[in-house]
Design a protein around this ligand. Structure first.
Ligand SMILES: CCCCCCCCCCCCCCCC(=O)SCCNC(=O)CCNC(=O)[C@H](O)C(C)(C)COP(=O)(O)OP(=O)(O)OC[C@H]1O[C@@H](n2cnc3c(N)ncnc32)[C@H](O)[C@@H]1OP(=O)(O)O
Length: 169
């Protein structure tokens, strides 16, 4: 198992955008080539991984308010990228315990911030926040399950691309 501590240093050589996983990455949230996706990019600030996103009117649910499911999508994604950036591992989202204390307004930047709070062999816990105009709009504790290569291949329905193997146990 990779021994990088839960900490503050990006995993060496990690490019913090969806191009890291090559053309097989069709992720709605991070693929740089997705025709209608969010195309998120990430960076490290201290012990947090951060993404900046400005929701458009087309991301509304209630008028003027970013759809909560899409807020959750950005938050989930920055959580997984915290594992990628800080642990060099990929996890599948297992649980979310979430509050939406304030609306995220469209056409104003919101920042997703993820911090790893604990790690065992098979589960990583992270604290995720979505922050707009300095206030928390979304707070969540999420768990991410670390699979071994065989488990990942079963989950994804076929052999992993070579470059993905190191992200599993
Ligand atoms: C390189 C990679 C590809 C790259 C790609 C392209 C790039 C892309 C980039 C970003 C992409 C982002 C994407 C967003 C992140 C999703 O959106 S991930 C998708 C949403 N999540 C899911 O679909 C997960 C669905 N759940 C499952 O399939 C199964 O629960 C899992 C996760 C495979 C685990 O099943 P399992 O292996 O049978 O687990 P099992 O052995 O029973 O349990 C293992 C451990 O996990 C715990 N556990 C199991 N399930 C859960 C659960 N749901 N909740 C909590 N704990 C659980 C168990 O209690 C156990 O704990 P320990 O006893 O070891 O302490």
């Amino acid at each position: 198992m990779h021994q990088h501590p839960i900490g503050t240093t990006p995993h060496p050589g990690t490019r913090l955008d969806g191009s890291l996983f090559g053309p097989q990455n069709r992720c709605f949230a991070c693929s740089p080539d997705h025709p209608t996706g969010l195309r998120l990019k990430f960076h490290v600030e201290g012990d947090e991984v951060v993404t900046n996103f400005t929701p458009a009117r087309s991301h509304e649910g209630a008028p003027g308010v970013m759809h909560g499911g899409l807020v959750t999508t950005v938050a989930d994604e920055v959580g997984v990228w915290a594992l990628i950036a800080l642990l060099g591992k990929f996890g599948f989202t297992g649980t979310m315990n979430t509050r939406f204390p304030r609306p995220v307004r469209v056409e104003r930047e919101v920042q997703g911030r993820a911090k790893i709070t604990s790690k065992s062999t098979r589960i990583v816990h992270a604290q995720i926040r979505m922050v707009q105009d300095g206030a928390d709009c979304f707070t969540s504790t999420m768990s991410f399950i670390l699979l071994n290569q065989k488990g990942a291949e079963t989950m994804l329905g076929g052999p992993l691309p070579e470059g993905w193997k190191k992200y599993f146990r």
